[in-house]
Design a protein around this ligand. Structure first.
Ligand SMILES: [Zn+2]
Length: 233
C-alpha cells in the first residue's frame, strides 16, 4: 500500500451535502437503532444522547436552547447509523449474488461514493472508491460491491485499513486472480483544523494477486479508471 497526495480543485461541500442526504435515505443494511452495540449492555441510544447533551454543555452551550433540544437525539442516531457497519452481516449482504464466472476479464466498479469517519478525530472523510477484480471461478453481483464498501466505511476508520479490508474481503469470498481497491478521499480533520489543507486528496491502494504482481494488469486498470483526483469530481 502506498499514498500519494495530488491536488484537487472544485468545492466538494455542495456535492457532499447533496450526496449525503441521498445516502441517508437509501441505506438499507442499517440495523434496528435500539439494538445494543458491542460492549454496551444498557440502552446505547439513551447513553449516547446523555453524552451528547453533556458535550454540548462542556462546549459552553445551553442544551435546553430551542435549536439544541433534539440535537443529542439526532446526533446519537446519526452516529449509530454512521457506525452501523460493525453489525454488517456479510452472508446476508452478499446473499445469493455469487455466480459462476464465464470469463476472466477485468471487472471494474468505478466512482463508488464513499463516506466514513476518521477514528482519530471522529470527523468525516469522503470521496470515491474504485474496485476491480479479475474473476477466477466466481463473479459477484455488481451492486454488492458498493454495499461491501459501505459495510466497512460505516465504522471508525483510517483510510489505509478501509482500503485493505475491502480488498481482503473480495479475495476471501471470490478467490479471484486479482483484486484492486483504490480510494481517493478528502479528510475534514485535515481541511477544517490542523494543517488546514483544503486542496489535498489522499489516495490509498490495495493490490492483490495479478494487480500486485503484473505491471500490465495494473496498467490496464489505471487506464480504465482514468484520471484520479475524483474525490472532488
Ligand atoms: Zn482525522
Amino acid at each position: 500500500m502506498h499514498r500519494i497526495h495530488p491536488s484537487g480543485k472544485a468545492d466538494p461541500m455542495k456535492k457532499a451535502k447533496k450526496a449525503g442526504k441521498r445516502k441517508l435515505q437509501s441505506g438499507s443494511s442499517r440495523p434496528a437503532r435500539s439494538e445494543p452495540l458491542p460492549g454496551d449492555e444498557g440502552h446505547p441510544l439513551e447513553a449516547l444522547e446523555a453524552n451528547a447533551q453533556e458535550m454540548l454543555r462542556l462546549l459552553g452551550e445551553d442544551p435546553k436552547r430551542e435549536g439544541l433540544v433534539r440535537t443529542p437525539h439526532r446526533h446519537a442516531r446519526a452516529l449509530q447509523f454512521l457506525t452501523s457497519g460493525y453489525q454488517s452481516d456479510f452472508k446476508k449482504l452478499v446473499g445469493g449474488a455469487l455466480f459462476e464466472a464465464e470469463s476472466s476479464e477485468l471487472v471494474l466498479v468505478r466512482d463508488i461514493e464513499l463516506y466514513s469517519l476518521c477514528e482519530h478525530h471522529l470527523l468525516p472523510f469522503f470521496g470515491k472508491a474504485h474496485v476491480a477484480y479479475i474473476p477466477n471461478r466466481k463473479i459477484i453481483g455488481l451492486s454488492k460491491i458498493p454495499r461491501i464498501v459501505d459495510a466497512y466505511a460505516r465504522r471508525l476508520q483510517v483510510q489505509e485499513r478501509l482500503t485493505s479490508q475491502v480488498a481482503d474481503h473480495l479475495v476471501e469470498i471470490l478467490d479471484p486472480l486479482g483484486v484492486a481497491v483504490i480510494l481517493e478521499s478528502v479528510h475534514l480533520c485535515m481541511m477544517m483544523r490542523g494543517v488546514e489543507k483544503q486542496n489535498s486528496t489522499t489516495l490509498t491502494s490495495a493490490m492483490r494477486g495479478v494487480f500486485r504482481d503484473d505491471a500490465r494488469s495494473r496498467h490496464e486498470l489505471l487506464t480504465l479508471i482514468g484520471g484520479l483526483g475524483g474525490a472532488r469530481r
